[in-house]
Design a protein around this ligand. Structure first.
Ligand code: NAP
Length: 498
């Protein structure tokens, strides 16, 4: 596939390409251009014009464009789901779960944009006015940020593209997308459909190539007004440092090591099932997957036994008959990746090797392997680690992005909270208890952007502001946070009222 620069399908100016491979079976899928700095500059120059072209279209017309896009998305549904499944090596059911949310993220943000009103501060009706300003009118307006770069990670290329591109466009910005290099094809397809629906080719562009080069050129380009990035904390810090030098805003949704706390009063069957599901989805490659299982010592044996039984039942594999699977799964009304569905590969053999090394490291620190622990190519077997103590790396800052359940014991509520907070991350978390007061106490005291009481942390509703505390990010995504894609400006009409 090609990049989309200025509305044109474009090769790299030096003709270089990168292969896109299905990680589950190693089959070649396509190539993408490896953009040069010159290509990046062209996209940034176009975006400046594109932002004006986009906002010159009345909001109601822009809404029609998004509605047309939603229809196109539906028409190309099977093709998109098949491409995404192949380039991620995952189960079709997981892709459908992602696809099903994409359209409503776009329509939801467009709807919210209609309520992105300015404000008029009229003397006499606003407490802020005093005698000096009694004859002045103050207009508070929201302006688009300008050109927003949307940097998308590999783990949910469709949904996380939507959470970035939809609000940025809805707020009147031009957007340049930098998709993940391992699986960029779905993002290119969606961009093509948005352009076909009527978004001007200068207002939405996609440039491909490695993050450390193409992503870096974009972030450093003074023509870029804001960056919205989801990915690792390490890359996020680098982006924040660069943006800080020109005091430009960035929204960062970064890594996590979410705690799953099991209190002794909870139903252990329910807790084990929730814990299993929380880590199984997308082969454990979800930012808000529960990643540390902090269990009261009085129930740890029962919990671990039940968890291991469920984890051993997880099937790992990949079905090459993707089109057939798409037909079958689209007919299935259960949209979740539940029992009976296998989990696919990780995004690459490189990623699976990293999980393998992280598990080996944790075992070398004293953890005991109860099941799993094997890797074949990009596949990693679901793995439960017992005997994990709070001083081990995995109990603190080692984020494992794969199907691994480290189980850590605790004796008191204070200790559970201390372990949960003993991480540099603060993305999300959960507590399983029948005691709502206790649940509330834990939810308030654990330092994260979100907490779930009585189910896993894998919870994201489009209406909620979504973001992390501590090293898990800056800013929020969600329908209520459209304002982050704008800047506020005051216009004072001095003496306007006489
Ligand atoms: P990553 O390596 O940080 O990559 C994320 C994106 O950043 C990719 O598009 C990547 O491009 C690009 N990139 C890499 N280096 C860059 C640079 N120097 N400048 C600009 N862009 C650069 O993360 P990942 O491995 O894809 O994703 C896994 C991580 O994301 C995990 O830590 C996970 O917890 C986190 N995550 C967080 C959330 C959240 O909402 N908080 C959601 C999902 C994932 P290339 O693909 O070309 O390297």
């Amino acid at each position: 596939m090609k990049m989309l620069i200025g509305g044109q399908k474009t090769d790299s100016s030096d003709g270089r390409t990168i292969d896109v491979i299905n990680p589950a079976n190693g089959k070649f899928l396509d190539t993408i251009p490896m953009a040069t700095e010159e290509d990046v500059q062209r996209a940034v120059d176009n975006a400046k014009k594109g932002q004006k072209e986009w906002t010159a279209i009345p909001l109601m017309e822009r809404e029609k464009i998004i509605q047309r896009f939603v229809r196109l998305l539906e028409e190309h549904k099977k093709e998109i789901i098949a491409v995404c499944t192949r380039e991620c090596g995952k189960h079709v059911g997981t892709t459908i779960f992602e696809y099903n949310q994409t359209a409503s993220v776009f329509t939801g943000y467009m709807e919210s944009a209609k309520r992105l009103d300015g404000q008029l501060l009229v003397p006499g009706s606003e407490p802020g006015h005093d005698g000096r300003t009694a004859s002045d009118m103050i207009m508070v307006t929201h302006e688009p940020l300008g050109t927003v770069v949307a940097i998308v990670p590999f783990n949910a290329p469709m949904l996380l593209y939507s959470y970035k591109v939809a609000p940025a466009l809805a707020a009147g910005n031009a957007v340049i997308v930098k998709p993940p290099t391992d699986n960029p094809l779905t993002d290119i397809m969606i961009t093509e459909l948005l352009l076909e629906a009527g978004v001007p080719g200068n207002a939405l562009q996609i440039v491909t190539g490695s993050g450390s080069k193409v992503g870096d050129w974009l972030v450093k380009n003074p023509g870029v007004d804001a960056v919205s990035m989801t990915g690792s904390t390490q890359v996020g810090i680098g982006i924040a440092e660069i943006m800080a030098k020109r005091l430009a805003p960035c929204t960062l949704e970064l890594g996590g090591n979410d705690a799953f706390i099991v209190m002794p009063d909870t139903d252990i069957d329910k807790a084990a099932a929730s814990a299993c599901g929380a880590r199984k989805g997308n082969s454990g490659q979800i930012c808000i997957s529960s990643k540390r299982f902090i269990v009261h010592n009085s129930v740890i044996e029962e919990f671990t036994e039940k968890l291991v039984k469920l984890v051993r039942e997880i099937e790992v594999g990949y079905d090459d008959n993707v089109e057939e699977m798409v037909e079958k799964c689209l007919g299935n009304t259960d949209r979740t990746n539940t029992k009976g569905e296998f989990i696919g590969s990780l995004i690459s053999e490189r990623a699976a090797k990293e999980v393998e090394a992280q598990v080996a490291h944790t075992i070398s620190q004293g953890a005991k392997l109860l099941c799993g622990g094997q890797r074949t190519g990009a596949f990693y077997m679901p793995t439960v680690l017992a005997g994990v103590t709070k001083d081990m790396d995995v109990a603190k800052d080692l984020e494992i992005f794969g199907p691994v359940w480290p189980v850590i014991g605790f004796d008191t509520v204070e200790e559970a909270i201390e372990i949960a907070n003993g991480s540099r991350y603060g993305l999300s978390g959960c507590v399983m208890t029948d005691d709502w007061k206790l649940g509330m106490r834990v939810a308030r005291e654990v330092q994260t952007g979100g907490m779930v009481v009585n189910d896993s942390s894998v919870y994201r509703n489009q209406m909620q502001p979504f973001g992390g505390q501590k090293m898990s990010g800056m800013g929020n995504e969600g329908l209520t946070t459209l304002e982050e894609m704008t800047k506020i400006k005051n216009i004072v009409l001095k003496g306007f009222l006489g």
